[in-house]
Design a protein around this ligand. Sequence first.
Ligand code: FES
Length: 170
Amino acid sequence: MLSAQAQDEIRSEIEKYPKGHARAAVMAALRIAQNEHGWVSRDVMEHVADFLEIEPIKVAEVATFYTMYDLKPVGRHKISLCTNISCALRGSEGIEKHLREKLKIGFGETTKDQRFTLQEVECLAACGGAPAALIDTEYHENLTPRKINEILDALPWPRGKFEFVCLNPA
Ligand code: FES
């Protein structure tokens, strides 16, 4: 289920930790597996657990806690819009409304053409540039409807390699 390349990448992540602590690489392993499969299914979690020689529940605990792991298929581009306090005070609700109208989807949904998935997230640690969103792997701040239109219109299409959102690279 994990390609030879993915396995090599995970091995190199494991090597960053003391011997016997492969479990510490679980976040990186999930990122690598998600990059390969596009999302983290139960099977993927089990393969990661097997590879790290830990219980599947330990992988599931991490995968279900962080919003950067997708537990169902997502579109080519993932828009993670922050709606936490700073962004809310600076207009994230208007950005959300704009995106709902533009894309015809709500939070947790993917456009019919599989181009975009919209996700609500907690603070992205970009409060100084609120309202903020993470779109694929890029931070975008001080969003306005016009600005987000320009960003989305410039994104590549059709579907290509999956991109993964990693807020805390090892
Ligand atoms: S509240 Fe939105 S980035 Fe912090």
